[in-house]
Design a binder for this molecule. Sequence first.
Ligand code: ZN
Length: 463
Amino acid sequence: MDFYGSLFARVLYPAWESGLRRRPTLRRLRYLEQTQWRPRAELEAIQAGALRRLLAHAYANVPHYQRAFAAAGITPRDIADARDLGKLPILGREVARDTVEDRTARGGAAVEIRKSTSGTMGRPLVFGYERASEYWRTAMKMRGYGWAGYQPGQRALYFWGAGPPAGNTKPTLASRLRALKVKGDRAIRREHYMDCGRRGERELDEVVSAIRREHPEVLVCYSQAVADLARHVVARNLRDWDTIPVICGAERLYPADRVVVEQAFGPAVFETYGCREVMLVATECDAHAGLHMSMETLVVEVVVRETHNGTARPATPGELGEVVITDLTNHAMPFIRYANGDLAVAGDAGACSCGRALPRLASVEGRVAETLIDGTGARVNGLVFNVVIAHIAHAIRQFQVVQHKDRSVTLRVAPTSTFDGSIEATLRATWERYLTGVPVRLEMVDDIAASPSGKRQVVVVER
Ligand SMILES: [Zn+2]
């Protein structure tokens, strides 16, 4: 690490996090950096304690879970640890979306941060949590990124999804100040952001130039974006750098993608898996043998629903199942046994050669989005609309992007009562920015049907 890097890590960042903002993030991080090396039994005890506190709180303060316990004929005393969680029902996305009010705690914790999902399943979900949970989330992310060698203050190049375009609305003073603050924060942290939405030859060349100019010590990328970048680098023989660690997230990294990313940037490729509702769920370590779960702050189950009787059981190692998450740090609007819609393969129960006893997922199959093509033939991240819709979730109940064989696109939207001209302008600005030269038709519908598999596909490319 260079002088600025060590200054940032030792002085600036601690002063900013612990001093100016009075955040206990770094204390949480130090704790998590110790617990990661504890034996499994000790980790299970830590997790069980947090789980029992969450359940007692939910039973006392959260109407939705009071009813769930009553319907199951149990009380929190019947659940000693994560193995007993199967006694409670799974919370599906649709139910989660319809129970925001009923899952909000009446006491004991208050929602201080509100967000919504980008609607990977086409139906955005509004959720909230307390500030204390945010400290844990940030600390867990720092630990996970740290496994790839990423320390705060290092030069990082983010090839990542951008926020929503300004649309036709005039920027307000508040929005300008906000943008300035984000820019300032990123400069202090030395995070260089590049939008991965459109990935034509020109955009990929710009990323290569930025790598040569900025010498990033780590790349943080959407998985499919870095795969496109790597193919570009390998095909044109552009690599003139040593190994740069790559942290991938937000999408699935396929085995073939990993091969080419390693060719372009070296073998230090780390997959992360998270979702907006709880942030980092699991992270790959330097043994590169699956993703360790964030066990101190989450219970992550992989469950298989038996079709013949509707019951659910834990997946066996190597088996594909639904990801079911209990967030131990969100007491304000609890997620208990929440099926976020992703699928994962349960990991080997044995110890990892890295020495950490945190259990593992073998792989995550969720978050697969088709890639769109613009009028010039450039590849465009299928999730560009998700990123935008996360910011206007109140106005859109469901949506779907369909690219037809002639490359024209239909954007189907099931609006809520708050959908208006400014929302339409934001959507239009998005497709004008990313789908250059492609005719796009906005189609308002009442409902978007799920595919036979039960998943509502957000991005469909007709072939
Ligand atoms: Zn490991």
